[in-house]
Design a protein around this ligand. Structure first.
Ligand code: SAH
Length: 342
């Protein structure tokens, strides 16, 4: 049988566990401190803890609910790692290096229920939600690999974070808890969503100022519906309303993302239509050239088409950025993560 982990225990639970080894209460804080603030998952290295206890914990438990199975390094410095959950599922996480520091792209679910036609994670459907501790553990393991703190967390790995709403909220709570938890600023966290309108509205009122990124990907409802099945439930206009509400409540600008797929949403006519749509609603759009997935038929447009698309939007008065792709040589680029068990 697999061991249990200690990271997911509450303070009270950890005190109780350590009591069985005749340990005083303060030991719980020490163990937690090693696991989180000092990024250690090896009990034997927890130096200020009695050696017999270190050995017993090593025997009986594992520190994190995830264990690294495989690490891949891309030429541009991007790192992808696979880790195993306590129930033997495999998830993937990506670490990207930017001029300001490291950003970790975490998975929020094993598989995904959204069924976006272009996305690798959609294959096989949803297996289960990740717990908040499994999300925290991805960050801690990333920090072990790079031997430094990460500065940003983006929910752009496998899964739909707003479809795992309670655990996402629990994760945000843990990030803010400076006595017991991981301290990461809300403004350094980006939650990307395929557009779940009720959850966007709900998140707006929770008091967390995380950055929200919305996957728009189409200049009209018809094309959006073809790409993202959930779009049949919420129109683009509902989505913009929810985005405005989010900004009103949190003071945070919403980022809109637009995936460029050849012969689907990336012609000049689409750029013009998108320009008209955006002009009335938002001023900035982030273009993402599609990253091909081996078992899917979609392709990215040519460099020239991407440039033309961006320029058409710019001449309509919008601010446009084109996302730099990292880690494509190790299948770590956006949208390429999926559960290896499928
Ligand atoms: N469920 C969330 C997070 C998913 S991944 C969401 O939909 O936003 C983050 C982004 O990667 C989303 O915008 C998603 O549409 C995009 N994406 C998915 N597959 C991709 C691919 N093959 N190439 C580039 N981007 C992709």
């Amino acid at each position: 049988m697999n061991k249990q982990d200690l990271l997911s225990k509450s303070k009270e639970e950890l005190i109780e566990i350590l009591k069985k080894y005749d340990q005083p209460k303060f030991r719980a804080n020490q163990v937690r401190d090693w696991m989180i603030k000092r990024n250690t998952s090896d009990f034997l290295k927890m130096r200020n803890i009695p050696i017999e206890l270190r050995e017993s914990l090593d025997e009986d438990y594992q520190a994190y609910p995830l264990e690294i199975m495989d690490v891949q390094y891309a030429e541009d410095g991007t790192i992808k790692f696979a880790s195993k959950t306590l129930d033997d599922e495999i998830i993937e996480t990506v670490i990207m290096k930017y001029h300001y520091g490291y950003s970790v792209c975490v998975s929020s679910q094993i598989g995904c229920a959204m069924e976006c036609v272009f996305c690798a994670s959609a294959k096989g459907g949803l297996i289960r939600n990740l717990t908040s501790d499994e999300i925290v553990a991805q960050i801690l393991l990333a920090q072990q690999l790079i031997d430094t703190r990460v500065s940003n967390v983006v929910f752009m790995g496998m899964g739909e974070p707003l479809n795992n709403y309670n655990n996402l909220l629990e994760f945000l709570k843990q990030c803010r808890d400076d006595e017991w938890g991981l301290v990461i600023g809300m403004r350094s966290i980006t939650v990307s969503t395929s557009g779940l309108v009720p959850q966007i509205r709900q998140l707006a009122t929770e008091g967390y100022q995380v950055t929200l990124a919305v996957s728009l990907h189409a200049p009209n409802d018809k094309i959006r519906h073809r790409l993202i099945p959930i779009a049949s439930k919420y129109s683009i206009s509902d989505l913009f309303d929810a985005g405005r509400f989010y900004t009103e409540k949190t003071g945070r600008r919403v980022t809109y993302e637009y995936l460029l797929i050849k012969d689907m949403n990336s012609n000049i006519s689409h750029a013009k239509e998108l320009g008209n749509l955006l002009r009335k609603n938002i001023a900035h759009i982030n273009l993402i050239p599609y990253n091909p997935v081996s078992f899917l038929p979609w392709e990215a447009p040519s460099e020239e088409e991407i440039l033309k698309f961006a320029n058409t939007l710019k001449s309509a008065g919008l601010t446009v950025t084109v996302r730099r792709e990292l880690g494509s040589d190790i299948d770590a680029a956006c949208g390429q993560l999926r559960s290896k068990n499928l």
